[in-house]
Design a protein around this ligand. Structure first.
Ligand SMILES: Nc1ncnc2c1ncn2[C@@H]1O[C@H](COP(=O)(O)OP(=O)(O)OP(=O)(O)O)[C@@H](O)[C@H]1O
Ligand SMILES: O=C(O)C1=C[C@@H](O)[C@@H](O)[C@H](O)C1
Ligand SMILES: [Mg+2]
Length: 174
């Protein structure tokens, strides 16, 4: 197989990390998660970076680490942070580097069901009451969809399993 760089974008909880691991295993290439790469490099959790250094600092680091990943001369599956496509010219940069950017498009209700159980380590939503989550996700997703839709491929989940979504991605590779 020639070198292939696959990038997964989508809202928090859309399954980028879960699906990305499956795709990488299937293709036998490295799996990278931008959030984890930042945490490793900065030796701090994302939640601590937001709390101690603020979101703007985090967004600058996100751009820096995204550039670092693409210096790697190897195949990989890269799952981005939920906000990565929405800052700087990150989507243009990614699309200039690979034809395989994928938007995992998951509906608001499905996202809410997943995120209500996992708010704590996600600083964008950890402060929200459970009954405010659906409204917030709806607004936020509406704002962000513009950027997510710049991905070369869109994968719509209708309550598909992670394995099914991974298969849809693999089927788009030529
Ligand atoms: N297709 C799916 N069906 C059901 N549950 C899923 C699916 N994909 C992911 N999940 C579950 O949803 C939760 C969020 O998934 P995951 O952490 O992979 O999302 P993410 O897009 O990486 O989120 P973040 O942007 O916050 O890093 C996890 O509990 C995961 O097990
Ligand atoms: O949607 C977002 O803005 C974020 C998503 C996470 O992946 C992390 O990158 C961080 O919590 C910010
Ligand atoms: Mg993730």
């Amino acid at each position: 197989m020639k070198e292939v760089k696959i990038v997964l974008v989508g809202y928090m909880g859309s399954g980028k990390t879960t699906v990305g691991r499956i795709v990488a295993n299937h293709l036998n290439v490295n799996f990278l998660d931008l959030d984890a790469f930042i945490e490793e490099g900065e030796k701090m959790s994302i939640a601590s970076i937001f709390k101690e250094k603020g979101e703007i600092y985090f967004r600058k680091k996100e751009i820096e680490y995204l550039n670092k990943v693409f210096l790697k001369d190897e195949s990989f599956v890269l799952s981005l942070g939920g906000g990565t496509p929405c800052f700087g010219n990150n989507m243009e940069f990614i699309n200039s580097k690979t034809p395989y950017s994928f938007y995992l498009n998951v509906g608001i209700n499905e996202l809410e069901e997943r995120l209500v159980k996992e708010k704590e380590h996600r600083p964008m939503i950890s402060h929200l009451a459970d009954d405010k989550l659906t409204e917030f996700i709806g607004m936020h997703l509406f704002e962000r969809s513009f950027f997510y839709n710049k991905a070369h491929h869109k994968i719509k989940s209708n309550r598909n399993t992670p394995t099914e979504i991974a298969e849809m991605i693999v089927n788009k590779l030529v």
